[in-house]
Design a protein around this ligand. Structure first.
Ligand code: ADP
Ligand code: MG
Length: 515
């Protein structure tokens, strides 16, 4: 599921632990208690060394994702910013502390992993801070690379023989991936681009009869597919009415299947899936290619549909476009309701930012939110990441968040969204800002409400593009270059006396220029 886990090449999948707030992947199950104890003692020693205050601020949210027999430790932090900070300032101390605690450390790595875990009781436990999005560090699909599944001889990742049987016992408990506590319906902002997907997800969550099977959610990365699936699972769990729901990534599904094959336990595997009321499989585009798994998926799918169980799947493309997937499975996936999540609109982005800013209870000025909603248009994940980075920075340096800070803190993100500015871009942005039709930029109307924004646009066109005055005039409905000169002077003059106008112009310039 999404950017949940740091996976290095041979992390055992249980590195994405769900049994405790501090996840541990034991390379040696015999020494499981001692591995956990080891991590606890490392933490205790660190707390002593840095003091409670610093520990709480920086180190508390660390989790140990792996502690291998080969001396490799992988530690995760909830944000890239924290990861960088901890690695730079405490990295050496942390390494030394592992050794002090008696572990023969060879290599230590720090990564980013959002900080919300689900405890075994199914209750969400929020670890450390709540600003959790991985800021660009782990690509959205980073957990895809790690599943050590392909082929028949499944590597058991250093598990000694004795541990294999316990791993086999465990796998059934392992079925539902941990749910992110933030991914609920309450926290999902609905707008035009996602309203169908949202309504369909709600229907699945709220009614036990099956109206469409499967529900196929698709759309680009970071647009809320995983969020909606988790929301369905949270809702059903919250109702406590005995409906069983399983959510897992397609890769996990394949991994489990290959594991079951290895342990000759495929019957139980099938039964397990067939006994659920709602089966959700995320990112099915990754099922591609592995024929036997596709076959199994297909059979499990059909069995569930026959028994009138609800299935929800997500992918980054429509069923028709999943060209790695076998034809009959592809067409089967398209039988139910396909709900497309469209790229976000400005209004939706702004709504999401407002909601996240409110939740974080940090004052983020409206113009900063507007600026981000205008500039970061790729997806919601990136948008959230930008906001988190800003608030983290604000906290750290103890400053209130402002447009100036945006330029300073997010220049790298903003740069990637840059492109050459045209007069048309300027007209469009200014018209949007003043809530007027783009056509008014070229119209002959002279009322102030139209003429002033038009002058602002001319002024910005002069400032931000290399067009000549006559050229600019022509693009504003064939006006004369003297009109443009007049507009430029007028706006300059007004900026001296009219604070509101100055702020508008300033905001627009930053929006257009990329701060
Ligand atoms: P996908 O699975 O489509 O790649 P995710 O569900 O992981 O995307 O969403 C990426 C991030 O954006 C998550 O943190 C999620 O909470 C957030 N997000 C996406 N859409 C919305 C929305 N409509 N309202 C609130 N948060 C959203
Ligand atoms: Mg996802």
């Amino acid at each position: 599921m999404g950017a949940r886990a740091i996976h290095t090449d041979n992390i055992h999948p249980s590195a994405v632990s769900r049994s405790a707030a501090h996840s541990l992947s034991n390379a040696d199950s015999d020494s499981a208690p001692s591995t956990e104890a080891l991590w606890l003692s490392v933490r205790a020693l660190l707390r002593k060394k840095v003091g409670t205050e610093n520990f709480r601020r920086w180190l508390e949210s660390m989790r140990c994702e792996r502690c291998g027999q080969d001396g490799t430790v992988v530690i995760s932090l909830p944000t890239r910013f924290m990861r960088d900070w901890v690695e730079t300032h405490y990295g050496a101390m942390i390494s030394a502390t592992w050794r002090e605690a008696g572990y023969e450390l060879e290599d230590i790595r720090f990564g980013v992993l959002p900080s919300v875990e689900v405890a075994s009781a199914g209750q969400p436990v929020v670890v450390g801070q709540t600003q959790t999005s991985a800021i660009g560090d782990l690509p959205a699909n980073s957990d895809r690379t790690a599943m050590p599944l392909i082929g028949t001889a499944l590597p058991v990742n250093g598990l000694p023989a004795k541990a294999v049987s316990s791993a086999m016992k465990d796998w059934r408990d392992d079925l539902c991936a941990p749910l992110d506590a933030r991914f609920t319906f309450d926290q999902f902002v609905v707008g035009k681009p996602n309203e169908l997907a949202h309504a369909a997800a709600r229907r699945v969550a709220e009614t036990s009869s099956v109206s469409f099977n499967p529900l196929f959610l698709y759309g680009g990365v970071g647009l809320g597919k995983t969020h909606l699936m988790h929301a369905i699972a949270w809702h059903i769990r919250g109702q406590n009415n005995g409906r069983r729901v399983i959510y897992m990534s397609a890769e996990k599904f394949m991994y489990q299947f290959v594991r079951a094959l290895r342990f000759k336990d495929t019957m139980a595997f099938k039964e397990e899936f067939r006994s659920v009321d709602v089966l959700m499989i995320d990112d099915v585009q990754f099922i591609s290619g592995k024929d036997s798994t596709q076959e199994e998926f297909f059979h499990t799918f059909n069995a569930l549909v026959d028994e009138n169980r609800q299935i929800v799947v997500s992918a980054d493309k429509s069923p028709r476009e999943l060209d790695q997937i076998e034809e009959r499975l592809r067409s089967r996936l398209g039988w139910g309701l396909c709900a497309d999540i469209h790229p976000t609109s400005y209004e939706l982005r702004l709504g999401i930012l407002q909601s996240k800013a409110e939740q974080s209870r940090r004052g983020v000025p409206a113009n900063v939110l507007e600026f981000l909603a205008h500039r970061i248009t790729s997806n919601v994940r990136e948008l959230e990441g930008a906001l988190n980075r800003l608030t983290a920075h604000g906290d750290l340096v103890g400053q209130t968040i402002s447009l100036d800070m945006v330029g300073e803190v997010l220049h790298d993100i903003l740069r990637t969204h840059d492109r050459t500015l045209t007069v048309e871009d300027i007209q469009r942005r200014v018209a949007e800002h003043y809530n007027m039709r783009l056509a008014e930029m070229c119209s002959t109307r002279r009322e102030r409400a139209v003429a002033r924004p038009r002058q602002v646009a001319m002024y910005l066109a002069k400032q931000l593009t290399s067009r000549s005055l006559p050229d600019i005039g022509r693009r504003f409905g064939g006006r004369d270059h003297t009109t443009v000169i007049h507009a430029v002077r007028k706006v300059e003059e007004l900026c001296q006396t009219d604070k509101d106008l100055r702020q508008d112009v300033d905001l627009l310039r930053r929006l257009l220029q990329g701060a």
